[in-house]
Each structure stands twice: as C-alpha cells, then as structure tokens.
Write a protein that binds this ligand. Structure first.
Ligand SMILES: Cc1ncc(COP(=O)(O)O)c(C=O)c1O
Length: 377
C-alpha cells in the first residue's frame, strides 16, 4: 500500500519532541493562544520574510479576517480563481462581498494574469491569487495591476508554505498572506490552524482583535469580532514542526524531481515548475483524460491518489447564486476534469516513487499510442 500522505511516519520521526511540546501545554494550561502561540507567530512570520504573524483557528479564518482587515464588505468585489478549494471563495462570501472569477493559466493552475484587468470594475477592492499545489501565482504582474488600480492583494498561500517567487516567500508579497495548518498541509497542526502574515501593523492589530472577539483588552470589545483563536497545543506542535519544514520541503522537491525523471519521455503530463518559482509540491498533480480509469487502476494496485478539485467553484451548487455557467472558465473546467494528485509527502521513498511512476506510465502508454495513431497521416 502506498498512501497519499503518511502523517504517522512523520509523527514517529519527531515523536519525542512533539510529545514534549504537548506535555508542556498540559503543564502550563495555556490551551488557547499563550506563549507558544506567540513564539510560533514570530517564528513563522520570520520564515515567511514578514514582520507580523497572527495565529487563527483555520486557513479559512485567516482569509476571512484578512479581507475584513482590508475593509472588504458588502457592495465590494474580490477577484479570484474558480479552480481552488472552496474556502477561498467562502471567505469572500462571509464578508458580504461578491467573488468575481478569472480563469487559470493551464500551465500552472494559478491565476491567468492576462485576464485580471477585464474583470476589474469600480467595485473591485481586492485580488486573491491562490498559490495552488505549492507554486506561487505570477506575482509581479498581479502586484503591478493592483498598484495601478488601487487594489489590495491577499495571497492564498494555504498550500504554499516556504514557496518562493523570484526569491520572495509566499505570503510576503501581497498586503496580507494567509496560511492553513490543516494536518495534511506542508506544515500541518495536530488539529486545525491558520495564520495571517503582514508587514502592515494596522492590519495586524485589527486581525489580532478580530480573532479574539474584537477586544483591545479583556472585555473591551471595540470591534464586532469572532472566536478564531489558535490553540496552545497547535502552537507548540507547529513550533516543533517548523524546525523541520525546510528539510521536509527539500525532500518533497527531491521526490518531485524523481517523478519528473521517471516520467521523462513517457507522455505523462507532469507539473510545470516555472523559472520564477521555488515549487514546494504540496501536491504532485498529473493530467489525464482517462482519470477515472487511472484512479481505479492505481487503487487496485494499492496506490492512493486524490483529485484537487473535481468541480471548479463557479459550478458548485453552493455558489449557483453567483450566476456563472459551464463554459465560462474553460481552463479551470478542463483542469477539474483531468487533474490527478499522486502520492507526495517528505517520507516517500525512492522505491515508492518508482512503483507509482511505473504504474502510471503503464496506464499512459496505451493513451499515448492512441494519440500517436490519430496524428499519424
Ligand atoms: C487553497 C486553500 N485555501 C484555503 C484553505 C482553507 O484552509 P483551512 O482548511 O485551514 O480552513 C485551504 C485548505 O484547506 C486551501 O487549500
């Protein structure tokens, strides 16, 4: 059996430190926020090349509060992509603003920067590029457009801890950057967690209040806030895990390079790492028009795989009220039909990589031959 991710293997490799960190919280009883969370905020913000980190309960809350701090609300529009996890769009919806979609660049699965300006109206307030699968969107043109139109940029870096764009860390380029520490993420809590990073002290102050009932001091509620605090145990565990993140990221990149070498010349459509990027391979995603058959065959061989994501958000029933139709974002729709995520985690062995690649190449071969036959005159 080759799992899709192996959280148990990772826990066992750092068991003593994690157990000690959890015991520390049991001893201190700092179960929500507290000193471990405060230290983790500083350390993770520094890791992201940012000056402020505000720990929250989920990545979704990070996006939600980043939008609120940026002043986004009813009557505003926020530009993002439909090919993302639903949370990006839900966070916009929570504020009362309207999500406005632009399609993705099919090479990278991230925002098609050439489509942004046509989507801007006088109501547009912010842009949320999503650094999907661990590679950042093409940030320079996005930041340039935002500057020219007076828009706020909020990076959805929930899948991109440690990813870089021309040497700049994901989360540090926009006005605010949002991270998830959901257990399966590159930096995963033992429960839920999230963080906003920002260089803007005013945004940081507002988010700090909003996550804790809008209070400036205990019982002094100056804003209508939320209970979005990060738990002490998560802060303590994440501090331990952050020390390993660079090593784990390099292991992911080695596994991706191994896949890439094994797939060379096979006709399998592999992820494209752009020259500007340090891709951190949260997911390793291939494309195929025979996805169901591939997934079934891999499952039969004990190889787990995933689909991220089978339906673009503009076609989800939950967002039917936005009024979008099939055919409006063809690259997102095609990607949703074709993407298949293969096993990817730092502990993936060379032998496991080879076994996965061998199985996929075998599936790809008849397809490649068919294509060859069709294109032969
Ligand atoms: C791109 C993206 N945005 C937002 C989220 C939301 O994060 P969370 O599950 O921590 O709320 C996730 C992760 O699930 C994600 O992958």
């Amino acid at each position: 059996m080759i799992p899709f991710v192996d959280l148990k293997a990772q826990y066992l490799s750092i068991k003593d430190e994690v157990d000690g960190a959890i015991q520390g919280i049991l001893n201190s009883c700092q179960f929500t926020l507290g000193s471990e969370v405060a230290e983790f905020e500083k350390e993770f913000a520094a890791y992201c090349q940012s000056t402020n980190g505000i720990g929250v309960n989920t990545g979704t809350s990070a996006l939600h509060l980043a939008l609120l701090a940026a002043g986004v609300g009813h009557g505003d529009e926020v530009i993002t992509v439909p090919f993302t996890f639903v949370a990006t769009v839900s966070a916009i919806d929570y504020t009362g603003a309207a999500p406005v979609f632009v399609d993705i660049d099919p090479r990278t699965f991230t925002m098609d920067v050439s489509a942004i300006e046509a989507a801007i109206t006088e109501r547009t307030k912010a842009i949320i590029p999503v650094h999907l699968y661990g590679q950042t969107a093409d940030m320079d043109p996005i930041l340039d457009i935002a500057k020219r139109h007076g828009l706020i940029v909020i990076e959805d870096a929930c899948q991109a801890h440690g990813a870089e764009y021309k040497g700049r860390r994901a989360g540090s380029m926009g006005d605010l950057g949002c991270f998830s520490f959901y257990p399966g993420k590159n930096l995963g809590a033992y429960g839920e967690g999230g963080m906003v990073v920002t260089d803007n002290p005013e945004y940081a102050r507002t988010i700090r209040m909003l996550r804790d009932w809008g209070a400036e001091k205990k019982y002094q509620h100056v804003l209508k806030g939320y209970n979005f605090r990060l738990e002490g145990i998560q802060g303590a565990v994440l501090r331990v895990k952050l020390r390993y993140l660079e090593g784990w990221t390099e292991a992911r990149r080695r596994a991706a390079a191994r896949y890439e070498a094994l797939f060379a010349g096979s006709g399998v459509s592999t992820p494209k790492a752009m020259a500007y990027a340090r891709h951190v391979y949260h997911l390793y995603v291939v494309r195929t028009q025979q996805r169901q058959a591939w997934q079934d065959a891999l499952t039969a061989q004990g190889i787990q795989s995933g689909i991220h994501y089978p339906t673009p958000v503009h076609l989800l029933p939950a967002f039917a009220d936005l009024g979008y139709r099939a055919g409006q974002f063809p690259h997102s729709e095609q990607a949703a039909n074709e993407v298949l995520s293969l096993p990817m985690f730092p502990e993936l062995t060379e032998a496991q990589c080879e076994q996965v690649a061998r199985a996929v190449i075998q599936l790809a071969t008849p397809e490649t031959r068919e294509k060859d036959l069709v294109s032969t005159p």
